[in-house]
Design a protein around this ligand. Structure first.
Ligand code: NAD
Length: 272
């Protein structure tokens, strides 16, 4: 898909990876719906994108609120006549204290933002994109969606869910010309990482700062570049794209694949 002339909704576009992607897509000629719960951040992204010569408009969205997701799509319809690209990027970490010591509310919020918000926005986007003749949905998962990220087990579980959702929707391309893909970044230099550390105290904070100094971080623009390429690649569907410093980008296949069967649920043939 050519980016020029398309309309992209980006959640979590008021900061970090979402902002860098909004700026890149706007520069490449897309119109951007800058969706975030942080209104000031969203407005800043709009002015940065417009400063680069692009079109962008802010909308308030709390991705855990179904009514806000509807309002986000309505806003895109009223402002730009619909949308072609949905980038489900908003996300949070669980923070301190770590699960299982955190409250029920705290860990459930991680699942609500990082997984349920993505599932619900995707559910609502599919009929709208079908009516438009197709489109692209991209999620920001994480490398934590591909291995056992011990620092935040609930975040890890949510991001594994996003990876699974992406792979399970591969058939939307032949069925409805909708391509669903995700990016799985390693550590990226954004407030998600730095403000997470600011919430820690004492020895835990010292340890986190020590570990972070050892960890070279990706720039948000590198993830934006991967998203851009996934939008443009008309063959990309069900793709889980790892983005890390050493590999740069790598399509990550599922560890287990099942052969296509006759549809008989009792048919086996699982292979590794
Ligand atoms: N920074 C990293 O190291 C890293 C690595 C892998 C994946 N990710 C993922 O990248 C995505 C973007 O994160 P980032 O690093 O740019 O962080 P960030 O904190 O800079 O940006 C996240 C944005 O999401 C918004 N947001 C949070 N909760 C929201 C909600 N409930 N409704 C609407 N908006 C909400 C925030 O206001 C913020 O603007 C997240 O999904 C995150 O899990 C980040």
């Amino acid at each position: 898909m050519q980016v020029k002339g398309q309309v992209a909704i980006i959640t979590g576009a008021g900061s970090g990876i979402g902002r860098a992607t909004a700026q890149l897509l706007a520069r490449e000629g897309a119109s951007i719906v800058v969706a975030d719960v942080n209104d000031a951040g969203a407005r800043e992204t709009v002015s940065l994108s417009e400063g680069d010569g692009g079109n962008a408009a802010p909308v308030h969205v709390e991705v855990t609120e179904s009514a806000d997701i509807d309002a986000m799509f309505d806003f895109a319809q009223k402002t730009y006549g619909g949308f072609d690209i949905l980038y489900n990027n908003a996300g949070i970490t669980t923070g301190a204290p770590r699960w299982p010591d955190c409250s029920e509310e705290q860990w459930q919020r991680t699942i609500a933002v990082d997984l349920i918000g993505v599932i619900e926005a995707t559910r609502k986007a599919i009929p709208l994109l079908k009516a438009r003749g197709g489109g692209v949905i991209i999620h920001t998962a994480s490398l934590a969606g591909l291995f056992g990220f011990q620092a935040d087990p609930v975040y890890c579980a949510a991001k594994h869910g996003v990876v699974g959702l992406t792979r399970a929707l591969v058939n939307l391309k032949p069925e409805a010309n909708i391509r669903v893909n995700c990016v799985c970044p390693a550590v990226v230099n954004t407030p998600l990482v730095t403000s997470g550390i600011n919430r820690l105290t004492g020895a835990e904070r010292e340890e986190a700062e020590r570990r972070l100094k050892l960890m070279p971080m990706l720039a948000p623009e590198e993830i934006a570049g991967a998203v851009y390429d996934l939008i443009r690649d008309d063959d990309a569907t069900g793709v889980v794209m790892g983005v890390s410093l050493h590999d740069t980008r790598r399509v990550v296949d599922p560890p287990i694949t099942l052969p296509v069967t006759s549809g008989d649920p009792n048919a086996s043939g699982m292979r590794r």
